[in-house]
Design a protein around this ligand. Structure first.
Ligand code: CO
Length: 137
């Protein structure tokens, strides 16, 4: 498996509109994508930054993974996402190494991507997401 780049850093926020307004006011950046991602129970916005993105995540409910994270920790970094070219092969390889996967199979993410999460216990205490983008990205 090869990791290509840091696709994005995911930050959990209570109020996406307010966070976007602050990023625009302070850094002059606007989101390239904004969409609801049902499989993650979030509305997300992607702020482009030198080939990577800052991903802002506002939970749609308190019961989803990001909603629970916010309740526990408040706003802050939620996960780190690496781009891969073949997520199915990557998951197979990691499972073969005994890595604890949160997603055994990829699920649909934003931008038409396939994504999967890896348990923080097995990777530097950090929730890691693998991202396989569609060919037109
Ligand atoms: Co993400």
């Amino acid at each position: 498996m090869r990791l290509y780049n840091i696709d994005h850093v995911g930050l959990a926020v209570f109020d996406l509109d307010a966070a976007l307004a602050e990023y625009e006011r302070l850094y002059g950046i606007r989101p390239l994508y904004r969409e609801t991602v049902a499989s993650q129970d979030v509305e997300e916005a992607m702020l482009p930054l030198g080939g990577s993105f800052v991903q802002l995540l506002q939970p749609l409910s308190k019961d989803g993974p990001v909603g629970r994270f916010l309740e526990r920790n408040g706003e802050g970094m939620h996960h780190l996402a690496f781009a891969v070219d073949d997520i199915d092969a990557a998951l197979k390889e990691l499972a073969g190494e005994g890595v604890r996967l949160i997603d055994q199979e990829p699920r649909p993410g934003g931008r038409g991507a396939k994504i999967a999460f890896i348990h923080p216990k097995t990777l530097s205490g950090t929730l890691v997401e693998l991202v396989e983008l569609p060919d037109d990205h």
